[in-house]
Design a protein around this ligand. Structure first.
Ligand code: ATP
Ligand code: RIB
Length: 308
C-alpha cells in the first residue's frame, strides 16, 4: 500500500494580473524615436500575478490566483496553463468587454528588459471580486499582491487580509505612489530599485543609498523592506536590522520575471516559517536560476532545482 505523505503546503493567495507576453530580443533597446532590428519573436504566458502564482506553486505552495481575464483565446490559454500548474482558478473572473492583458517586452543582449503592459481585463478586477474570494483570504497563510490591477482593489484586499491577521506581501510594481494607511497593512514590501526610488525619493545606486531608501520606506509604517537589486541581490530591512544579501553569480540570458520569481519564492519560504533573511536567500537562489532561461513563466524553477 502506498504511504500518503503529509507534508504541509503553505496556502498562498496571489491577487494580480494575467498577461500574454510578446517578446523580442535585440542587441540593445531602442531609444525614443528609434527603430532597431531584433531577433526572433516569442509569445509567452506572463503577467506579474500569474508569474508569482506559478512561482509559488512550483516552489511548494497551494496557490489560489485572484485575477481577471478577457473572453478571448489568450484568457482561455492562460486558464489551461494555471490548471496544469495545479493553481486554484475558481476566482479568475472573466470580463466580457475587455481583452486579456498583453505585455510588449524588449530584451537586450545583457538580458535587461523594458516592458509596456496593456492591462485590459486586469483593470476591472474589483473590490466585489475580492469579496467573492474572502473565504480564501481567511484560509491563507500569505496574501501576495502587485500593482498591475487597480490600486483600490489591492488596498481593499490588504485591509481585509490585515483584519484577518494575515501577512500581506506587496511587490509595488509597476512603480506607484502609495498611501501610508495602505502601507501600514503590509508585512513586507519588495520594491526593485525604481520602485524604491518612487516610494522613498532616494535614488538607489549603492549599499548606502539602499539603506537610506529602506529606512525611508520603513518610516511610512512598514517593518520589513526588501529592495531587489538585480545582479547585486537584495537589501533587507527587517525591523531595525539592515543587511545586504548578494545574488548568485550566473550567466544572464533574460531577466524578465526575475522579480516575480523572487516574490513567489520569498512568500513560500516565509510561510514555511523561515526567517526573513533565509527567505531572501532562497528567493535570490530561485531568481538567479530564472535569469539563466528565456521567458517569464517558462523560466520559473521547481523546488528540487534550488541549491542554497
Ligand atoms: P524584472 O522586472 O526583470 O522581473 P525586477 O526589476 O522586478 O525584475 P530585479 O531587482 O531586477 O527585479 O531582480 C529580482 C531578483 O532577481 C534580484 O534580487 C536577484 O535575486 C535576481 N536577479 C536579477 N538579475 C540577476 C542576475 N543578473 N544575476 C543573478 N540574479 C539576478
Ligand atoms: O514581471 C514580468 C511581467 O511583467 C511580464 O510577464 C509582463 O507580463 C509584465 O506583467
Amino acid at each position: 500500500m502506498e504511504r500518503e505523505s503529509f507534508i504541509y503546503k503553505p496556502k498562498i493567495v496571489v491577487i494580480g494580473s494575467c498577461n500574454t507576453d510578446m517578446v523580442v530580443k535585440a542587441g540593445r533597446l531602442p531609444v525614443p524615436g528609434e527603430t532597431v532590428l531584433g531577433g526572433t519573436f516569442y509569445m509567452n504566458p506572463g503577467g506579474k500575478g500569474a508569474n508569482q502564482a506559478i512561482a509559488a506553486a512550483r516552489l511548494g505552495a497551494e496557490v489560489t490566483l485572484i485575477s481577471k481575464i478577457g473572453y478571448d483565446l489568450f484568457g482561455l490559454q492562460a486558464l489551461e496553463i494555471y490548471r496544469s500548474e495545479k493553481i486554484n482558478t475558481e476566482f479568475i473572473f472573466t470580463d466580457q468587454k475587455s481583452p486579456s492583458g498583453v505585455a510588449l517586452i524588449s530584451v537586450d543582449s545583457y538580458g535587461e528588459n523594458s516592458i509596456i503592459v496593456a492591462p485590459g481585463a486586469s483593470r476591472s478586477l474589483s473590490t466585489e471580486d475580492i469579496d467573492k474570494a474572502k473565504s480564501k483570504l481567511e484560509e491563507a497563510d500569505i496574501i501576495l499582491m502587485q500593482l498591475e490591477v487597480p490600486i483600490e482593489t489591492v488596498e481593499y484586499a490588504a485591509t481585509i487580509a490585515k483584519s484577518y491577521g494575515k501577512k500581506v506581501i506587496l511587490n509595488p510594481a509597476p512603480a506607484s505612489v502609495l498611501s501610508n494607511s495602505f502601507l501600514s497593512c503590509v508585512h513586507t514590501i519588495l520594491p526593485n530599485r525604481i520602485e524604491a526610488e518612487m516610494l522613498s525619493g532616494i535614488k538607489v545606486i549603492d549599499e548606502e543609498s539602499a539603506w537610506r531608501a529602506a529606512k525611508a520606506i520603513g518610516e511610512k509604517g512598514i517593518e520589513n523592506v526588501v529592495i531587489t537589486l538585480g545582479k547585486d541581490g537584495a537589501y533587507v530591512k527587517e525591523k531595525e536590522e539592515y543587511t545586504m544579501i548578494p545574488a548568485k553569480e550566473v550567466e544572464t540570458i533574460d531577466t524578465t520575471g526575475a522579480g516575480d520569481v523572487f516574490c513567489g519564492a520569498f512568500s513560500v519560504y516565509l510561510s514555511e516559517n523561515h526567517t526573513l533573511t533565509e527567505s531572501v536567500e532562497f528567493a535570490n537562489a530561485a531568481a538567479a536560476l530564472a535569469v539563466t532561461r528565456m521567458g517569464a513563466q517558462s523560466a520559473i524553477p521547481y523546488k528540487r532545482e534550488i541549491a542554497l
